[in-house]
Design a protein around this ligand. Structure first.
Ligand code: SIN
Length: 504
């Protein structure tokens, strides 16, 4: 059993920025970060586009960013939250810069602000097409300088320790020894990212199995808006069931066209904003186009763009395409929509507090009310840095030391390992089913069929956990089943189509 003051689950931008601030403010308190892969692996690392923020008050203003966010959220955003995030954003981005994050600048030396779908101004701060990677690099370096931060990599949070609706930390699996540990804490922060792996096609990394949301749900925390799954319109087309490479929306912001196989720019028939309509609209139009034509993918045409500038802005995308034989100056890039983000999650107030005492959530696993029915491009990193700061400010003023009860962990030494094949094949079947039945356009019959199957798998996992040694793979599958059930049940409940949600 380990004791800490602040337990942070997840090592992306949400978890690390909170950990740094609280550790600096309370040098005598212990901050513990638990992360399931290596410390730099997170959804943050894969964010290409950047951070939407009003850094230039001459050509842009807060009101425009607020309105773009509200329009994109299709009437379901919390307006107070939108104002908070947009207006506090510039200070938080400045902090990232002060901590060493490099954002691209133009020849005049000002920030080179990109444009993405749904934005009426250029306001996306970026570092080439690897913004998340750059932020993660800078904040990890900063976190390593704090003597009171300890990072446990390859440690997997399995369940929250909750009694009488108060959180006392989490149970954690040491992935190398397969030993279950108890991390007891005064405060616990879920910063565990998204759920992408429940879909066959996702831009999320393989670690995105909805762990924080599933844990919070099992601890009876309020969860909301899980039906609002955001599909990114332009993932690189592939037939494989796995994480798909993202072709950033910033490429369309740079002037790329979406074409069908015959070369028609079909987005102009769908929305007057064309390729720069918000993501939900573009994904829905692509889906319609594919149904109509029977084709497997549509194409992103960059052949008319300045290739020197393109390479400067998008070196990773250029190289990745080249590695599979697509030369961007000559060839169209085959793309399809893929799961990208969950707008819902663990409900939090404006201080990041969940409905469970001493439990906080931040980043993609949380539901703040910023995104409503559809997230505006590049608003997610912004939300994470604003809310981690708000949680820090709240906890700065509200310290406690829990008189923690010790929770014993049942040893399962005598149990046998379960056959891995069932776990692997069930994970695949789940991904195929969610992709087919719970995609961009849904219907109640498919949702009911999926729910029944998920419930069968849930029963199987429950009995498997009772009788076998429990591994990370089993916990991940359990979490994937639990969050899929949330997506399906929230989709069944929703009667009105909004933003990214369409049910026939
Ligand atoms: C992208 O670069 O297209 C993704 C940015 C985001 O998800 O906001």
């Amino acid at each position: 059993m380990r004791k800490t003051n602040y337990l942070v689950l997840g090592s992306g931008v949400a978890g690390l920025t909170f950990a740094i601030k609280i550790a600096e403010h309370f040098p005598n308190k212990k901050v513990t970060i638990v992360t399931k892969a290596n410390e730099e692996e997170s959804n943050t690392k894969y964010a290409q586009g950047g951070i939407a923020v009003v850094m230039n008050q001459i050509e842009d203003n807060f009101q425009k960013h607020i309105e773009d966010t509200l329009i994109c959220g299709d009437g379901l955003c919390n307006e107070e939250v939108v104002k908070i995030v947009v207006t506090e954003g510039p200070k938080r981005v400045q902090e990232l810069i002060d901590w060493g994050t490099q954002f691209d600048r133009n020849r005049e030396g000002s920030f080179d602000l990109g444009r993405e779908g749904g934005h009426t101004s250029n306001r996306v701060m970026h570092h080439k097409d690897q913004t998340g990677y750059e932020i993660e690099r800078a904040i990890l370096a900063k976190a390593h300088l704090q003597k009171n931060i300890e990072i446990f990599d390859y440690h997997f949070g399995t369940d929250l320790i909750v009694k009488d609706n108060i959180c006392f930390g989490a149970r954690v699996l040491d992935e190398k020894t397969n030993e279950l540990l108890s991390f007891q804490a005064d405060f616990t922060l879920l910063a565990t990212g998204g759920i992408g792996q429940v879909y066959g096609h996702t831009t999320n990394p393989v670690i995105a199995t909805g762990d924080g949301i599933a844990m919070a749900n099992r601890a009876n925390a309020s969860i909301k808006d899980m039906e609002f799954i955001q599909f990114h319109p332009t993932a690189l087309f592939s037939n494989d069931l796995s994480s798909t490479f993202l072709i950033s929306e910033a490429v369309r912001g740079f002037g790329a066209y979406l074409r069908n196989k015959d070369g028609h720019r079909f987005m102009l028939d769908c929305d007057k904003r064309g390729e720069l309509a918000s993501r939900d609209i573009v994904s829905q139009c692509i889906e319609k186009e594919l149904k109509k034509s029977g084709n497997e993918c549509v194409y992103l045409d960059c052949t008319h763009l300045d290739i020197i500038e393109f390479k400067k802005h998008f070196p990773m995308i250029y190289d990745r395409c080249k590695s599979i034989g697509i030369v961007i100056e000559n060839d169209w890039i085959p793309v399809i929509p893929a799961q990208h983000y969950v707008c819902g999650g663990v409900v939090v107030d404006t201080n990041g507090k969940t409905s469970v005492e001493n439990l906080f959530a931040c980043g993609e696993c949380s539901q703040t009310g910023l995104h409503g029915a559809n997230r505006l491009a590049s608003n997610s990193l912004l939300e994470a840095i604003v809310y981690s700061d708000r949680i820090f400010n709240y906890l700065k003023e509200n310290t406690i030391t829990n008189s923690i009860e010790v929770y014993s962990i049942e040893k399962d030494q005598n149990k046998q390992y379960f056959n891995k094949n069932w776990i692997v094949s069930t994970r695949k079947e789940l991904q195929i089913m969610m992709q087919k039945n719970v995609g961009i356009v849904r219907n109640n019959l498919d949702l009911e069929i999926t729910k029944n199957q998920l419930n069968l798998w849930k029963k199987a996992i429950d009995s498997l956990k009772l009788n076998h040694k429990v591994t990370k793979e089993i916990y991940e599958l359990e979490n994937m089943i639990d969050v899929s059930l949330l997506v399906v049940s929230h989709s069944l409940k929703r009667t009105e189509n909004k933003g990214g949600f369409i049910k026939n």
